[in-house]
Design a protein around this ligand. Sequence first.
Ligand code: FCB
Length: 462
Amino acid sequence: MTATETNPTFPHGFLWGVATAAYQIEGAVDEGGRGRSIWDEYCERPGVIVGGETGVVAIDHYHRYREDVGLMRDLGVDAYRLSVSWSRVQPTGRGPVNEEGLDFYDRLVDELVAAGIDPAVTLFHWDLPVELQEAGGWLNRETSYRLAEYADIVGRRLGDRVRMWMPLNEPVVHTLYGHALGVHAPGQELGFGALQAAHHQLLGHGLSVQALRAAGCGNLGIASNHAPVHAASDSEADVAAAEIYDHIVNWTFADPVLRGSYPAEELAAALQGPVAEDLKVISQPLDWFGINYYEPTLIAAPTSDEGSSGVLEVDLPPGMPFQPVALEGYERTDFGWPIVPAGLREILGIFADRFGDALPPIYITESGASFHDDDPDENGRVDDRRRIDYHREHLHAVRAAIEDGVDVRGYFAWSIFDNFEWAAGYKERFGLVHIDYETLARTPKDSYFWYRDLIAGHASVS
Ligand code: FCB
């Protein structure tokens, strides 16, 4: 790592980063020989995205990447977490490489390296090529092997300059939102049937780790979403419901990778395929484990069979054995998510306790907040002090976890730019840099300057 001299109140070499994902920023969906992904298709369905918005233009990063890397350079970050669009590199998800697509990432990576920024690459941030979806998507075991083939292609081309690799982003969200509830692409409503898609993503992760290592790439991990789950009361029913939920959203995804097992026998038994063999592939050693953290969850036993939650952005189907309930007593982002920095310290402690010596160093691969910031004022200023508070408090929690003894090596703010927030469209703004969606002008917000000062050691999180 080429970490700069970092803030003295964090360990030497602590990695300061920012993160994005391809479909959320690139635009240019019909350019450079790119094939279509499930997000292109999903956005065309009426009524599924707030305001009917799409990533067709997004923030036009595909054309403006030089300006964007310049903003990162001036921010002083050590690393930039980007995702590669699979359908730019392999338009149908298999077979021949689209050189023009791979060239784009080659130029982007060169630009980053020239700016002194380490590229950290996610291979699959939810944008499966449509041909693979038509062949069954993540319900088809073959897709795991296709991910590894694509990992090999990208690894061989970029591996000499990419400093961190993660085959997957948040398989839990892709499984639950995309396959169980149908509120993200590919829009399937399979309920518990979605767990097969989880298993195949995890298998794809393991196969891709093997492929990347074979291609000479190092420093491999995963970006996985985790947060504490609490029971709404001490009642046996609530505690049991919270435990089931915790198993599903946390340990179904972390245990296979870090322990080589699923958290419950019934779960492994319900999956198709040579699960025991697959778990060996899934659990090979990683160099680090990435946690994306946003908010903890409070869970009660279901009160009726009618479904719904009112807490997740979506209603749960009937018959689920748990019921998310509102976490009271916290300020919320404008997206409605409770702001609970202590939950970040807590989940880090839970990981350290659960996995002990099997836990590699941790990076916070995402954390951030959507506030509906005002447009820049007449002096070009965006006063987003609530976002500064969010990051300061979450970094404070990271430091506390480090003091607790958890080996956390870095933090990637989600996101450097306002961008296409999936089903929520452009209304939700997570960026340190404001985007004017009419002109596509980029304007650094106060949080950008605060983060710059923090990285340079001129601001603190205390
Ligand atoms: C995460 C996603 C990321 C972004 C943030 C707000 O779940 O990985 O793409 O949408 O949430």
